[in-house]
Design a protein around this ligand. Structure first.
Ligand code: GLY
Ligand code: MN
Ligand code: MN
Length: 399
């Protein structure tokens, strides 16, 4: 593989330089089934001032390109990548982009974007693409016959490569550090947004570029709101705070939840429910292995929660697992049995709004031939251990 310096720098972000090689993207393209696949990069639009530009993950997955625009056509594993030419007007606003003129070494034939329409019109047989891209492709060439590329892409993305796993561990380690930092500062009187800030600043300071999702820091009654995002409440002694916070590092997501007592000590009732959720979490992890389905894992969680003296299964009002990778809820077919190389979350929860009590414990696991390994194992989850750490390292909590 010949390396072009500019492409290398743009492709492989900062700290993860050694983890994903240009060859990996070519290998993914070659692993697609026979046929012609066409994906388009997300075009740059005016006014992306809130979140900035975000490349469509499937296009990134197959090309390594994070800059706007572009296209890829893959026929029986052989790829042509189409790049836009430089656009001086846009560059004034959003800077220099990788362009056709740069002639980056992408392990594929390189062509200017304006040749795509002609190449599309010449395709014999069906064009595999994502359903949302059909209108744009139809505009480029009429009369195309489409087939859904989703199953093939899901099949590939559900199995993480060694390079992907290494990057994911960075996102996980940064997210773990964020959670550990929260246990040091949480105390009655602190606002949820202050805690969210203490956590996010840890992963941003490690070079992670985004939140994997809006941080959820829900204290007391807010812990029962599944995707609570206001983070505006002042926490009180005697309450729990649920922190579902994860970093996105080099494009890959971390997704971790811990629920801890604001003043460092669980009440007996909180501890009782916490232990029940933890038991369910461990049962799901024990059941997670090749051949198991995500549906079966949910049933394991419900069955375990129902064994509690107060059956709790009905209070777990969400799924227990999802694939995770470039997207926090990764592009995957949840009905396909798990296979080695899959990374999923395990996140049982119990929500009792009448008691202002919401508890979720969320880890990330890698499915292996033998079963699974917990990728987030460095973050404690035993109630006694959390209390001990908070007592040793915590802020003055007034007890
Ligand atoms: N943080 C979103 C989720 O757990 O699915
Ligand atoms: Mn999750
Ligand atoms: Mn989560």
């Amino acid at each position: 593989m010949k390396w072009n310096h500019l492409a290398t720098t743009l492709l492989l972000m900062g700290a993860c330089l050694a983890l994903v090689r240009a060859d990996d993207f070519a290998d993914r393209r070659a692993a697609l089934k026979k046929g012609t696949y066409v994906l388009l990069g997300t075009p740059e639009q005016d006014g992306e001032t809130r979140d900035g530009f975000f490349q469509e993950p499937n296009f990134y997955y197959l090309t390594g390109l994070r800059d706007p625009g572009g296209a890829v056509m893959i026929t029986d594993g052989v790829a042509t990548i189409y790049l836009d030419k430089r656009n001086a007007k846009r560059e004034v606003w959003t800077g220099r982009k990788l362009a056709f003129e740069d002639q980056p070494a992408l392990g594929a034939t390189l062509k200017p974007m304006d040749t795509l329409a002609g190449d599309l019109a010449a395709v014999k047989g069906k064009v595999f693409t994502l359903p949302e891209l059909r209108p744009r492709l139809q505009k480029l060439a009429s009369g195309l016959e489409f087939e859904d590329a989703s199953p093939s892409l899901q099949r590939l993305r559900m199995r993480k490569s060694a390079g992907e796993l290494a990057i994911m561990q960075k996102a996980i380690d940064a997210s773990i550090a964020a959670h550990k930092a929260s246990w040091k500062v949480v105390r009655p009187g602190l606002y949820e947004y202050e805690l969210a800030n203490a956590m996010s600043s840890v992963y941003f300071s490690r070079g992670c570029e985004r939140h994997a999702y809006a941080p959820i820091v829900g204290s007391g009654p807010n812990g029962t709101v599944l995707h609570y995002f206001r983070n505006s409440r002042r926490m009180d002694a005697g309450e729990l705070v649920l922190m579902d916070v994860g970093a996105e590092c080099s494009g890959y997501a971390g997704d971790i939840t811990r629920t801890v007592p604001v003043n460092g000590k669980f009440t007996p009732r909180q501890r009782e429910i916490y232990e029940a959720v933890l038991k369910a979490e461990k049962a799901v992890i024990a059941a997670a292995k090749p051949g198991a389905t995500i549906k079966q894992l949910k049933q394991v969680a419900i069955d375990t929660l129902n064994k509690h003296r107060q059956p709790l299964g009905d209070f777990m009002i969400h799924g227990v697992s999802h694939h995770i990778g470039l997207d926090v809820h990764d592009f995957a077919d949840n009905d396909v049995p798990l296979a080695a190389g899959a990374v999923i979350t395990v996140e049982p929860g119990v929500y009792l709004p009448k008691e202002s009590l919401g508890i979720r414990i969320e880890d990330m696991i890698l499915i292996t031939e033998q079963g699974s390994v917990v990728l987030t194992a460095d973050l404690p989850k035993e109630a006694a251990e959390i209390e001990k750490i908070m007592a040793q390292e915590g802020a003055a909590r007034g007890h």
